[in-house]
Design a binder for this molecule. Structure first.
Ligand SMILES: C[S@@+](CC[C@H](N)C(=O)[O-])C[C@H]1O[C@@H](n2cnc3c(N)ncnc32)[C@H](O)[C@@H]1O
Length: 223
């Protein structure tokens, strides 16, 4: 399981005790994913609770996600969408891994939200382009981006088209385990993350804030 950057085990336990109880399917997804070598890709439970709260604040009905893995963040979002909108809730979930998303489907079925999740296995920029071309511009309330970091700018531009005014897009790993402040790190991933933070800050199309939730969540509200 992934944990929030810089938090002690005691603080993480405290957060778990203070936050709403984790849905049993979320708990199972987290516990089973913890056995995979890639487990640290999963968002933390406290970040899942944070994202669900944002979905509720927006009374979000339609959302998109880029980067599903074993389905934890999508499940946290889908539960919030469906609770607020038992009819019409919709989550577009983009990934390229059939193996991981098969695991995800099991948890979504267990939680009774599989029917609202449209999983598309293809490079996410193509999927988002197709949704724009299909006339879905301005029809989403919420987006969550958590995939290849060099693709973040492409997802930002496409996500902005899909969001309605007042809609919110969240970008994960914006602190990149602290690597963003290492001047020696000029890798493509780190450079792309730094560039997006600066771009959003100066972009009149959004109001943005970079938070230290999880591994750094950039919140962009479309004007
Ligand atoms: C960090 S994981 C996502 C974690 C997930 N949000 C969670 O909470 O468990 C990143 C995911 O992005 C997917 N991915 C990588 N490149 C992609 C691309 N070009 N298009 C769509 N998905 C991609 C990977 O297959 C992987 O499942």
């Amino acid at each position: 399981m992934s944990s929030s950057l810089g938090l002690s085990p005691e603080i993480i336990r405290y957060l778990a005790g203070a936050n709403p109880p984790e849905h049993p399917a979320l708990a199972r997804c987290r516990e089973e994913t913890a056995r995979l070598p890639e487990a640290r890709m999963q968002i933390s439970p406290e970040q899942g609770a944070f994202m669900a709260a944002i979905a509720h604040m927006l009374s979000a009905k339609r959302a998109f996600e880029v980067g599903v893995f074993t389905g934890y963040s999508a499940l946290a979002t889908a539960l919030a969408l469906k609770a607020a909108h038992p009819i019409g809730a919709h989550l577009l979930a983009c990934d390229i891994s059939a193996e991981w998303s098969t695991l995800a489907r099991g948890y979504w079925l267990e939680a009774g939200v599989d029917d609202i999740i449209d999983l598309v296995l293809a490079p996410a920029a193509e999927t988002l382009d197709q949704r724009v071309a299909a006339g879905e511009e301005g029809s989403y309330d919420l987006g969550f981006i958590d995939a290849d970091k060099t693709g973040y700018d492409a997802y930002y531009e496409r996500g902005l088209k899909l969001l309605r005014p007042g809609g919110v897009m969240l970008f994960d790993n914006m602190l990149w385990s602290g690597r963003v402040v290492d001047p020696a790190d000029t890798s493509a991933d780190t450079t792309a993350i730094r560039a997006l933070a600066q771009k959003a800050k100066g972009d009149d199309r959004v109001r943005s804030v970079l938070t230290a939730v999880g591994d750094g969540v950039l919140i962009c509200v479309k004007r």
